[in-house]
Ligand binder design. Structure first.
Ligand SMILES: Cc1cc2nc3c(=O)[nH]c(=O)nc-3n(C[C@H](O)[C@H](O)[C@H](O)COP(=O)(O)OP(=O)(O)OC[C@H]3O[C@@H](n4cnc5c(N)ncnc54)[C@H](O)[C@@H]3O)c2cc1C
Length: 366
């Protein structure tokens, strides 16, 4: 089987590795337009369920990823000068750069042809020369855009406005910091993902600049510098498609669907897509049957994550300085996103349900 993969992010690289493992005679090429180690963002949360998916498909890859995870089992909120900490599902994060490095290394070991620094050729030419073309080119997928009529694509920017930064310090665990300012609340989602590094993702309607943010969060940051990596204020793009394939072109990962970052699921969904697509190609009698089976298998979990993500985004967008929540009240509200999301939803989307938290058990505060 000849497989062309457009995009060397988590989805495309995982499809390529899993496809070569499932069928060592498969001819698999990945085109990635970025060069070398260049990528966007900082650390991403990889819940235990994501590692389990990888482990079922490729145990050595799961071991390599697990070795790079920075994990925690608490969640802290800071607001109004106070903080509260609760137990939480065990979660871990990995730098996007590290994640991609591990995936690329595994692809190379397995004999995937990787065209790094090369934009993919025209989709029609790829479709004519391959059994399957996998569009793994991200939330703004050009392959998908060219087929938007047939795929029933809708994209919608979701509030709140966000800026994806990093911090030059490893915080202890997942924390939500809220600074109430005269122009409205500024919320930072922060978690560690490596030696001396944390993700520091900020939301605010008035889009303060990085210097203002460093001043606002000087105390919890302990004086650590904020880092940018192609960082710009914007809104999260919610992507949906009524069909995930057209002919022999199939969407995976963010090209097919996105779920709001505040539930930390996008990479997991991408890895699950990759495993399901390769399993369907292996077991179904034809490519059209495999693409239909892949979509049928994945759509329910994806739509659940999108509903949870949307509710979570709406809760963060609705935060206002007027609610005056104590850190304790804010923590409970956060854990259920003000009643919009149950713990079961969060456990299903962001964690291994078996490790569901004794949520709201406050373990410390001041
Ligand atoms: C602010 C923010 C925070 C997030 N936090 C988390 C988190 O904590 N946990 C989590 O699981 N997910 C998180 N996500 C989501 C996660 O980043 C994505 O879901 C995940 O990267 C999807 O993987 P992908 O491979 O589908 O797309 P991408 O990672 O976007 O990869 C697509 C690749 O395709 C390449 N490409 C595009 N066009 C072409 C072309 N024509 N030719 C060749 N290459 C091309 C791009 O260069 C890119 O490398 C977050 C997202 C955002 C925006």
């Amino acid at each position: 089987m000849r497989i062309a993969v457009v995009g060397g992010g988590p989805a495309g690289l995982a499809v390529a590795a899993f496809a070569r493992l499932a069928d060592p005679s498969a001819d698999v090429t990945v085109w990635e337009r970025r060069r070398g180690e260049d990528t966007y963002g900082f650390g991403v949360i990889l819940p235990p369920a994501a590692l389990e998916t990888v482990r079922r498909a490729d145990p050595p890859l799961a071991d390599a990823l697990a070795a790079r995870l920075t994990a925690w089992d608490e969640i802290t909120v800071h607001r109004h000068g106070g903080s509260r900490t609760s137990r939480a599902p065990r979660l871990g994060a990995v730098g996007r750069r590290d994640l991609l490095r591990v995936l690329r290394h595994r692809c190379a070991e397995l004999g995937v042809r990787l065209r790094q620094g090369a934009a993919a050729p025209d989709t029609a030419a790829l479709a004519a020369g391959h059994d399957v073309v996998v569009a793994a080119d991200g939330a703004r997928s050009a392959v998908r855009t060219a087929l938007a009529d047939r795929l029933g694509t809708t994209t919608e920017p979701l509030a709140p406005d966000y800026l994806w930064l990093g911090a030059e310090r490893a915080v202890d665990s997942l924390a939500f910091l809220v600074a109430d300012t005269p122009r409205g609340p500024v919320t930072a989602h922060t978690y560690p993902y490596g030696q001396g590094r944390s993700t520091f993702l900020v939301e605010a309607a008035h889009r303060p600049d990085t210097d203002a943010l460093a001043r606002l969060f000087a105390e919890p940051l302990g004086g650590a510098r904020l880092l940018a990596n192609g960082s710009r204020w914007g809104r999260f793009l919610q992507v949906r498609n009524t069909a995930w394939s057209s002919g022999n072109v199939v969407l995976v990962g963010d090209a097919a669907h996105t779920a709001h970052y505040s539930i930390g699921s996008g990479t997991r969904l991408a890895l699950d897509d990759a495993a399901a697509l390769v399993a369907a190609l292996r077991t179904e009698p034809s490519v059209p049957a495999a693409l239909a089976a892949y979509e049928a298998a994945r759509r329910p979990a994806v739509e659940h994550a999108q509903r949870t993500g949307r509710a979570s985004a709406a809760w963060f967008a609705g935060l206002s300085g007027a609610d005056g929540a104590s850190p304790e009240r804010f923590l409970v509200d956060l854990l259920t996103r003000g009643g919009r999301i149950s713990m079961a939803d969060l456990a299903a989307d962001a964690a291994d349900a078996a490790g569901a938290p004794s949520a709201g058990t406050v373990v410390s505060g001041r």
